[in-house]
Design a protein around this ligand. Structure first.
Ligand code: HEC
Length: 143
């Protein structure tokens, strides 16, 4: 009689490698998006400094989308992987709330820039950029 054992082992190995892949791909994706966040925030600030309101508004809207997407890239299987501290998963509502506020700040920047109003722009910019540093201090490991 043939045993189904080798097939079972094969199936389990497949599942494990799929999980490891999912986990690694989420980590890679979130690191790429954080890099984009960095580059695009600078581009957005340059555009706004030069009073290129339309360009600044577009970049800010894209940044809001990026931050929203980031919320989906912290699966349980990637707990503590990369430079993400484990406390992110222990304090998920707090962490997610910070991302939500950052996305809202970018949306506010986009709306304000689009209407060519500079009132409120500085505050929204200040909120957005200070949230990077503050979240890193709490939730990003140093190495
Ligand atoms: C809610 C928390 C939070 C906010 C807000 C946040 N970050 Fe991060 N950031 C992280 C975490 C966590 C990592 C580590 C990701 C990993 O390696 O798993 C990270 C990583 C990064 C990295 C390194 C990516 C890499 O390849 O290792 C850059 C650059 C970065 N963030 C830029 C920014 C900028 C710019 C802002 C603000 C516009 C920002 N972040 C806002 C939590 C945050």
């Amino acid at each position: 009689m043939q045993t189904p054992f080798p097939m079972l082992v094969g199936a389990i190995a497949l599942i494990i490698s799929a999980l490891a892949w999912a986990d690694q791909s989420a980590v890679n994706q979130r690191q790429q998006l954080f890099d984009q966040l960095d580059t695009k925030t600078e581009l957005m600030e340059d555009a706004l400094d030069r009073e290129q309101w339309q360009r600044g508004a577009e970049l800010a809207a894209e940044l809001a989308d990026t931050v929203t997407l980031l919320k989906t890239l912290f699966p349980e299987t990637s707990r503590g992987v990369g430079r993400s501290r484990k406390s992110i998963w222990n304090e998920w509502p707090e962490f997610e709330g910070r991302l939500t506020r950052l996305a809202d700040d970018f949306t506010a920047i986009s709306n304000t820039a689009e209407s060519g109003r500079s009132a409120g722009l500085d505050t929204a910019l200040e909120n957005a950029t200070s949230s990077c540093r503050s979240c890193h201090m709490s939730y990003r490991s140093l190495w």
